[in-house]
Design a protein around this ligand. Structure first.
Ligand code: NAP
Ligand code: ZN
Ligand code: ZN
Length: 347
């Protein structure tokens, strides 16, 4: 075991503070990674505070990890010391069910192993995330960071990136698709970039009118302020696909009015009991409410390679490790343009 500096929470109200964790000795298939940067996902905040009621403490957040390989186990074939690599939200799965066989380890029948707040499938030890100096991950769950991608700007791709790319691809968004991205934060800004890169007509749907200019700069064709009732009415039935990244409980009814015939609202944000909504809104025009959770390893690599080829990266604000609690506060107030990334040199 290797004692490793980290930042984590010890209770729902503790905030995130320095602590030391143990990283395991390398198994044959393991890759040891020195972490260079780690993105700050809203899920880190939800989990640190136990918003979902299943956080085990001590809890070390962070599942947008980039770094370099520092050592490899005896059976590793695809990586060598010094390679630029990344780790997202999933570090293991059963590797044999139909979902895993389909490359959807994120939907493993046995439940995938989370990068944090999970349990190692071999020794049962708790998994700790990327707010730390180093991590050990089995080779099949390690991604390659292509040349040409900036390491810091690549970090958010590992969760915010794949969580928005995956549904856009899986619902066949492309030229001619009218896409609305709801919520301009970490996920939302990547959603706008990917929807645009796939050729769609993109509208940023925001509660913050002052974010409009930024949304256009990210590639949005239109901006719709969701608190503007007249604008929302005027936009009714004008979308094929809505990507809902809102992190808190909210009524989806106003958004369902925006869907055109056969349109889908895909929830990737809140994990909550939903407010009731009228089923007539779905029956009338064959509409759907759906959801999506991150994405599989192969699709994540596809997304990273596309980002390198098209020059797509996250818009980030790099922070030192000891600013994390302040960053959480700002994220909660929707005051982030558009992703905090921790420089692990500062830990
Ligand atoms: P974020 O950076 O904090 O962005 C969320 C944005 O949503 C805010 O910037 C704000 O944008 C909007 N918003 C906030 N409160 C709102 C409210 N009450 N009503 C309407 N809009 C509101 O968060 P994130 O990191 O993108 O994460 C978003 C959510 O996705 C979180 O709940 C996170 O846990 C979840 N998540 C899910 C997956 C998955 O696999 N499905 C993966 C990662 C994260 P405007 O100012 O533009 O309105
Ligand atoms: Zn995340
Ligand atoms: Zn499986």
């Amino acid at each position: 075991m290797t004692a490793t500096p980290a930042y984590g929470a010890t209770a729902p109200d503790s905030g995130v503070n320095p602590l030391t964790i143990e990283r395991r000795e390398l198994r044959g298939e393991d890759v040891a990674i020195d972490i260079a940067f780690c993105g700050v996902c809203h899920s880190d905040l939800h989990a640190a505070r136990n918003d979902w009621g299943r956080t085990n403490y001590p809890f070390v957040p962070g599942h947008e990890i980039v770094g370099t390989v520092s050592a490899v186990g005896s059976g590793v074939t695809r990586f060598k010391v010094g390679d630029r690599v990344a780790v997202g939200t999933t570090i293991d799965s059963c590797r044999k069910c139909d979902a895993c066989a389909d490359g959807e380890e994120n939907y493993c029948r046995e439940g995938s192993t989370g990068t944090y707040n999970g349990k190692d499938r071999i020794d049962g030890s708790p998994t700790f995330g990327g707010y730390s100096k180093a991590i050990v991950v089995a080779e099949p769950f390690v991604l390659r960071v292509p040349d040409g991608l900036d390491m810091a700007a690549a970090a958010p791709l590992l969760c915010a990136g794949i969580t928005t790319y995956s549904p856009l691809k899986n619902w066949n968004v492309g030229p001619g698709t009218r896409v609305g991205v709801i919520g301009l934060g970490g996920l939302g800004h990547m959603g706008v970039k990917f929807a645009k890169a796939l050729g769609a007509e993109v509208t940023m749907i925001t509660t913050s009118p002052e974010k409009g200019a930024g949304a256009v700069r990210l590639g949005a064709d239109h901006v719709l302020v969701s608190t503007d009732k007249a604008a929302m009415r005027a936009a009714s039935r004008s979308f094929d696909f809505l990507l809902d990244t809102v992190p808190v409980k909210h009524d989806v009814t106003p958004y369902l009015f925006l869907l055109d015939r056969k349109g889908t609202l895909c929830i990737v944000g809140m994990i909550e009991l939903m407010e009731p909504f009228h089923s007539g809104l779905l029956l009338q025009g064959q509409k759907a409410v759906s959801g999506s959770g991150v994405g599989g390893i192969a699709q994540t690599q596809e997304m990273l390679d596309l980002c390198a080829a098209k020059g797509i990266g996250a818009e980030i604000e790099v922070i030192p490790m000891d600013q994390i609690n302040h960053a959480f506060e700002r994220m909660e107030q929707a005051d982030v343009r558009y992703r905090f990334v921790i420089d692990m040199e500062t830990l």
